[in-house]
Design a protein around this ligand. Structure first.
Ligand code: CO
Length: 212
């Protein structure tokens, strides 16, 4: 683990490395951002957004919170979502959960967790929506993994419920929403291959916000 002082030495080395191949790297970086991707992931220190995707500065707009939730009254995530869609015009939105997620694990325990109660309620609601499927899984570890996956799908659905998303997709044909799980044991990103178009179609029966 790097010491606090070592972080600044790391930073100097990183600058040297970036400018060695492109002397104008930071001048170009300072001009603007035009990322194609919005990534919404867990705050967990082991799930590194850019690093695992092999992307560098300027390539991905990032939002992280406990258990990668897209809650419709969270001004933070809703601001990120609206800005990414309307101004950055991202082409892909990724919700990335991960196995061994402490937030999801905590939500599975019937316990008072203080300020985390209202946050984790969103995951407990995912459990309630999928209770029959989850309760049928007898292996507790497998049930936990499935809840991680279902939580990602529900958060993707929450994005698809927003007006910004629906209007942009109708007008431009983007962004598309993707659900991923990061497998900490292997380093692999697993694409859950959610049926984005079908979810969008089905959801419009109740959540259509495009005025037609
Ligand atoms: Co997590």
């Amino acid at each position: 683990m790097a010491t606090y002082q070592e972080i600044f030495e790391n930073n100097r080395q990183w600058i040297a490395q970036k400018t060695a191949t492109n002397a104008d790297f930071f001048q170009q970086l300072a001009k603007d951002q035009n990322p194609d991707y919005l990534y919404i992931g867990c705050s967990d220190s082991r799930v590194t957004a850019e690093e695992m995707m092999g992307l560098g500065p300027g390539e991905v707009f990032v939002h992280r919170n406990v258990a990668n939730l897209v809650n419709n009254v969270d001004l933070n995530v809703m601001s990120v979502l609206n800005y990414a869609i309307k101004h950055l015009k991202v082409k892909h939105i990724i919700v990335c959960g991960h196995y061994n997620c402490g937030g999801v694990k905590a939500a599975m325990q019937p316990k008072d967790l203080g300020i985390l109660n209202p946050w984790l309620r969103n995951i407990r609601d995912v459990y309630r929506h999928h209770k029959a499927e989850l309760d049928a899984i007898t292996d507790e570890e497998k049930r936990y993994e499935r809840l991680v996956e279902l939580n990602v799908v529900e958060q993707c659905t929450n994005i698809i419920k927003t007006a910004a998303m629906q209007v942009s997709y109708q007008q431009n044909g983007y962004p598309e929403v993707h659900g991923w799980v990061f497998d900490l044991h292997t380093g692999h990103i697993v694409d859950l291959e959610i049926d984005f178009k079908n979810i969008l179609q089905e959801i419009k029966a109740i959540y259509n916000l495009t005025d037609n």
